[in-house]
Design a protein around this ligand. Structure first.
Ligand code: 5AD
Ligand code: SF4
Length: 477
């Protein structure tokens, strides 16, 4: 190999050429190490958090595989990368907990290289803590520069010192880098990055930066390539997909994008995540109603049922507006499944505010709801609000809400027993190898007798029994 400084100096300045160059350079280095060890070099990525992170991890793994790594388990890996989340404090605590374990692994295998990336690394206090107290970490990068993994890992190997590369933000969207999908038959597709909403409790806009939409051409050609590669279902990903396209040179709406995606032949199902109620247009409801490829599922985060708290949260809608929207959607698309996110214990939340949340839950009758204890995120406006609610008050509310949500969803989810619906079979059941697990258009799961050859196929299934959150079913004869 040439001297490292020559290699660095010869790197192209533009992306993605620069990363393609570093993937090649890293590949040589990996091959050298692999010869030295007498075996292939192994790598593992652990993903924390949301579907955006899951998608990022597929891209990161794609880069590693292209550079010659073999995917492996954490315990047996030469390179371990944690793609972190910081949306709530328990996500951070899980990472710190696992780092202790990684340290012990590294003591047993000193050749192990440890890297951290993702949302948590965009917080300066986290990076400071790791620099100080977790010296065994070799590489830290953030959310804006994940496409640079090959370059950073190359530097890490040749410099033998902790490499930290965190960007405050970026305008850049780097296309055409590899990805290694977890599922051959379905895939997430980023349509936008970042968030401009600044809900007062949320750290996402600070760690994922300003909203940037990918061009429709790039999105459509990625989906066409995925379909050619066997994908039948895509999940369009963005923090707030309903504001897609506003900042493009030629602006377009999310509903327009959806219609264009739906025209791709061979693509059977389209999902998307997440919708902000304030931006959900009539045009979108119509496109969903009229296009059967678009799955009968809408995730519509409520956060709180109290208009007073919603205002404090900077959600820009009232309880009444949300209820009206939910009603309109259900009227237009009666078989649509509605799910939501709810936060309990936002600063200043009173018993009356909480009752308003319960009231919305009872009126909307969600198919399911993710419920969260409010978590104070340093740097957000809510963190410095005076009236933080004590845990002794929040926890009982949380338990009451959860009970109500579960009671309603088990009633709602039973309603389709006896019907025949199409399921995309996603895998063999982990508990019973005689069953396979499929996902219905409305996002509920169904277990049916079958085997591995069913995986990735769309089949009609009769729902024979409701188990509360999922169904048992059988294939048609
Ligand atoms: N505390 C609790 N839940 C939060 N969420 C976002 N920020 C916080 C926080 N500080 C929840 C919201 C969001 C989901 C992804 O996470 O409900 O919709
Ligand atoms: Fe956070 Fe609100 Fe943006 Fe969602 S829309 S990521 S809750 S700021």
């Amino acid at each position: 190999m040439e001297p490292y400084e020559t290699i660095l100096a010869a790197a192209p300045k533009m992306e993605p050429a620069r990363q393609q160059y570093f993937m090649e350079q890293l590949k040589e280095l990996v091959a050298e190490k692999s010869q030295e060890y007498g075996r292939p070099l192994t790598a593992c990525i652990q993903t924390f958090g949301c579907q955006m992170n899951a998608k990022d991890s597929e891209k990161l793994l794609g880069i590693l595989i292209q550079a010659g790594f073999t995917a492996s388990e954490e315990e047996a890996s030469d390179f371990v990368l944690y793609n972190t989340c910081t949306v709530r404090d328990n996500a951070n605590q899980r990472v710190y907990g696992r780092l202790g374990y990684l340290n012990r692994l590294k003591q047993k295998n000193p050749r192990m290289t440890i890297a951290l990336c993702g949302c948590m690394m965009q917080e300066p206090s986290v990076v400071e803590k790791i620099r100080k107290s977790y010296r065994f970490v070799d590489l830290i990068f953030g959310t804006h520069n994940i496409f640079r993994l090959a370059e950073l890992l190359f530097l890490c190997y040749i410099r033998n010192d902790m490499i930290v590369d965190i960007w405050d933000g970026t305008e850049q969207i780097v296309e055409n880098l590899p990805a290694r999908r977890k599922y051959p038959f379905k895939s997430g597709v980023n349509i936008m990055y970042g968030c401009n909403n600044f809900c007062s409790y949320c750290i996402v806009p600070y760690v994922r930066g300003r909203e940037r939409s990918r061009s429709p051409q790039d999105i459509l050609s990625e989906i066409r390539a995925l379909v050619a590669d066997g994908v039948v279902e895509v999940m369009l990903l963005g923090q707030n997909v309903n504001s897609y396209g506003k900042t493009l040179d030629t602006p377009m709406t999310f509903a327009e994008l959806l219609s264009q995606v739906a025209e791709i032949s061979g693509l059977e199902r389209i999902r998307f995540m997440t919708s902000h109620p304030k931006d959900l247009s009539d045009e979108l409801i119509e496109v969903m109603r009229d296009c059967q490829k678009i799955c009968r599922h809408l995730h519509l985060p409520l956060q709180s049922g109290s208009s007073r708290i919603l205002k404090q949260m900077n959600r820009v809608y009232t309880k009444e507006q949300y209820l009206e929207l939910a009603k309109k959607i259900k009227t237009e698309i009666p078989d649509l499944s509605l799910t939501t996110d709810i936060i309990v214990g936002f600063p200043g939340e009173t018993e009356e505010d909480f009752e308003e949340t319960l009231d919305v839950v009872r009126q909307v009758r969600y198919d399911s709801a993710f419920t969260f204890l409010y978590s104070k995120r340093t740097g957000t406006p809510a963190a410095s609000m005076a009236e933080q609610v004590p845990e002794s008050v929040v926890k009982p509310r949380f338990d009451r809400l959860l009970k109500e949500v579960q009671r309603i969803s088990s009633e709602v989810c039973g309603k389709d027993v006896g019907k025949t619906m199409t399921a995309l079979i996603e895998g063999v059941d982990s508990h019973d190898p005689a069953l396979v697990t499929g996902r219905l258009s409305n996002n509920l799961m169904v277990h049916v007798p079958g085997n591995a050859s069913d995986v990735g196929t769309l089949i009609p299934v009769t729902l024979t029994e409701s188990k509360g959150f999922y169904y048992m079913g059988k294939k048609l004869p």
